[in-house]
Design a protein around this ligand. Sequence first.
Ligand SMILES: Cc1cc2nc3c(=O)[nH]c(=O)nc-3n(C[C@H](O)[C@H](O)[C@H](O)COP(=O)(O)OP(=O)(O)OC[C@H]3O[C@@H](n4cnc5c(N)ncnc54)[C@H](O)[C@@H]3O)c2cc1C
Length: 443
Amino acid sequence: MPGPALDATDTDRSLPAKADVVIIGGGIIGVSTALFLAERGVDVVLCEKGVLGGEQSSRNWGWVRVMGRDRREIPLAMESLKIWDGLDARIGGETGFRRSGILYLAQTDKDIANQEAWLAHARANGLDSRSIGSDETLALMPGAVARYKGAMYTKSDARAEPQKAVPAIAAGARRAGARLITGCAVRGVEKSAGRISAVVTEKGRIETSSIVLAGGAWSRLFCKGLGLRLPQLKVRNSVLRTSPVSGGPDGAGADWTYAYRKRLDGGYTIAHSAENQHAIVPDSLVFYRDFQPARKAEGESVQLGLSARSWQELLEISAPALDRPGAFERHRILDPKPDERSVLSALKAAAEAIPVLKTAQPLQIWAGLIDVTPDAIPVISGVDTIPGLTIATGFSGHGFGIGPGAGHLTADLVMGNTPIVDPMPFRFSRFSDGTPIDIAPSV
Ligand SMILES: Cc1cc2nc3c(=O)[nH]c(=O)nc-3n(C[C@H](O)[C@H](O)[C@H](O)COP(=O)(O)OP(=O)(O)OC[C@H]3O[C@@H](n4cnc5c(N)ncnc54)[C@H](O)[C@@H]3O)c2cc1C
């Protein structure tokens, strides 16, 4: 398998003829939704075109944080952390979750001012995030020599292992009764009297009146087949994993040149915190206006350019047909080429700030495509024009930490239960009902 190696997971072979709910996509959102539905006795089948967790959910940095979140996401991120706390016991597995704290390092007065502005949200939500000075910052980074002006620190924030979490949650969902089918692309849906009546997969049909679209970076293309306009683009971020290092900081932290996260295997996951590439594709033009505010807010942290992806998406502009293989089958696992220069420069910057990392050997480099929405918060929502469809996508670089909470919320919406948090900010209709695009300032 390309990319980081995932823990093994048992899956199911035969495609059932019927299910109460079919989930499309086996990333952290899909498997978490499957867990919550199966625990509540729902007959749920999850179809994954590649392997469980093979795309963003195993390639991310492994930060589980509330700090710095958009104010609309904070309640869901807080609920998610509570779920993570009991998740290993609940599923009988190891996700690597540890409450080891996160540091946002401040290099300039502007960093401090931005962090202070965000801390107002922390106070309003009763979070333990706080501003700390230079000495306390250094004390929280054993092995470091860099002197920062200070940091924003959240002791209760956490980390987990992306290569372990999805397999472990999937195993828990399966034990609770969910059926998980891999190598099974869903091409589209059939409708009857305006309602969903079946999904059409490469392995056959499953009759159902309820589907959850948790397709990550593919959700836009899937929505096209449903006649829905989901404004979603992709940015690439590259990641490096190192050999074990002793004496370095626990937890996770970042300045504008590097981000680190301690791994359970003793090494570090390192990335550049401000180097993300967006390949210009046809959708960049289709959604040009939707993403204008995001482009302004991101400044130089997203670089635009042409790449092989630009041509590929040009050739795959149409929604896949139901009766023959299409893009979902051609691209079993999105495995973009990593930007080695970017991650090696991040490792160098990290080792200058934290010299114990000089002994860290780069063991593997990979990249992932992050799916983003115009306001950088997800869609977790039903769709008025297609009864039976629930969308859970567009996690905009935040979905790993929020995953279990989002799975809970999605299951609530599917079942019509009282939602774990107010789902209004995540409604799909905000992109078409004239609501202005509201982008949180970067922290
Ligand atoms: C480099 C990087 C760093 C990140 N760092 C963090 C971090 O530190 N903390 C954090 O919270 N988040 C982080 N993120 C974001 C986080 O990883 C994502 O938001 C989250 O994993 C999204 O989960 P998902 O289930 O929506 O999508 P994915 O994990 O991408 O899963 C979607 C799945 O759907 C499948 N699929 C799509 N279409 C079909 C179809 N038609 N039929 C069947 N299957 C289909 C795909 O094959 C895929 O496996 C990062 C992301 C990247 C790439």
